[in-house]
Design a protein. Structure first.
Length: 219
């Protein structure tokens, strides 16, 4: 069964407004920053230490990250550039391309391990987050988002999991030659600005709220 938070009980009254979501949007940066900071902290004794990472501009979503890693499940996880996301109701990274209804029926889901959590923001916007404990790095959602969305989903090697092999088994079979050594002090290759502490951009043509005076409120 697919995972989705409960919709609002009353029409027009979402559980979380998009404004509230944007105020707390920096959690995308925190989630990956914790792991990145841990790696950087362990690397201070050797500034020349290198780790493996994926260049999202070269990734072909071939699926080898899920099957070639020496770890099971893979150390490669999908991450989300929230500032690039369109918060679509019908999400190319969440729904099968054949899905006719943007719901959470099993036959409409793309992720084979139910690793994507869908959260209602306000009509018609939804937030999509990754449960990394369930993610196997298969890149199906990445390909779907790239083909039918804004390309906000992409793969990264998580260094709280990776054992940093002398020769990465995934790099050996990577079809796009997208995996290479990077400095441990900068272990991630971000797509978008979410690693930089910037809040996600609001969706295009966002609905205007009229129930609260927010003229002096800064997002």
């Amino acid at each position: 069964m697919s995972t989705e938070t409960n919709p609002p009980q009353e029409s027009g009254t979402p559980t979380n407004s998009r404004r509230d979501f944007l105020k707390n949007g920096s959690r995308a940066m925190v989630a990956l920053g914790v792991a990145g900071g841990a790696v950087a902290a362990t690397s201070t004794s050797d500034e020349s230490e290198m780790v493996w990472q994926i260049d999202p501009t070269k990734c072909t979503m071939c699926g080898n990250c899920a099957t070639a890693c020496v770890l099971s499940p893979s150390a490669v996880k999908c991450v989300h550039a929230y500032d690039v996301c369109g918060y679509c109701k019908l999400c190319g990274g969440y729904h099968n391309s054949s899905a006719l209804v943007p719901d959470t029926a099993a036959e409409n889901m793309l992720c084979p391990t139910d690793a994507i959590v869908r959260t209602f923001i306000e009509d018609p916007y939804y937030e999509y987050s990754i449960d990394e404990d369930l993610c196997i790095g298969c890149a199906k959602c990445v390909k779907g988002c790239d083909d039918f969305g804004n390309g906000s989903l992409y793969l990264q090697i998580r260094h709280n999991i990776c054992v940093n092999c002398n020769q990465c088994a995934i790099a050996n079979v990577c079809e796009g030659d997208a995996i290479s050594r990077v400095p441990a002090s900068a272990p991630y290759t971000p797509k978008g600005d979410h690693f930089k502490g910037l809040r996600p951009s609001p969706p295009t043509e966002a609905p205007q709220t009229t129930d609260t005076d927010t003229s002096n409120e800064s997002l």
